[in-house]
Write a protein that binds this ligand. Structure first.
Ligand SMILES: [Cu+2]
Length: 116
């Protein structure tokens, strides 16, 4: 192979690598406070809700820390779309308060002690 061919091959490799990385999208991670979560059922509800949000790859609730760690494609989802999804499941997310209509329909064990 001549020198020009080698350079072209290298260039092609670099370009196809860039395309592959581009297709994968950028995976971001966020920790979101869920101070009103009460029990294991809340954790399951929040995780399932987030797994159905477009662009979310992973969601893991930590009930001791009252946080959910979310891995998401930054080109599709963002922190506020994730917060809104949690709110619409009936839970506070960071400074975004819960959708009260949904909150009211949560099982008793998932409501705040004052509302039971
Ligand atoms: Cu609960």
């Amino acid at each position: 192979m001549n020198k020009k061919g080698k350079v072209m091959k290298k260039l092609f490799l670099v370009m196809s690598l860039l395309v592959m990385v581009g297709c994968k999208g950028e995976i971001s991670k966020a920790e979101i406070n869920i101070p009103t979560a009460q029990c294991g059922m809340c954790a399951v509800t929040i995780e399932n809700t987030l797994r159905n949000v477009e662009g979310v790859k992973k969601a893991l609730v930590d009930m001791d820390a009252l946080k959910v760690t979310v891995a998401y494609d930054a080109e599709v989802a963002n922190v506020s779309s994730i917060e809104n999804a949690i709110s619409n499941a009936g839970y506070q997310a960071n400074e975004t308060s819960a959708n009260m209509e949904v909150y009211k329909s949560l099982p008793g064990c998932c409501k705040l002690p004052a509302d039971r």
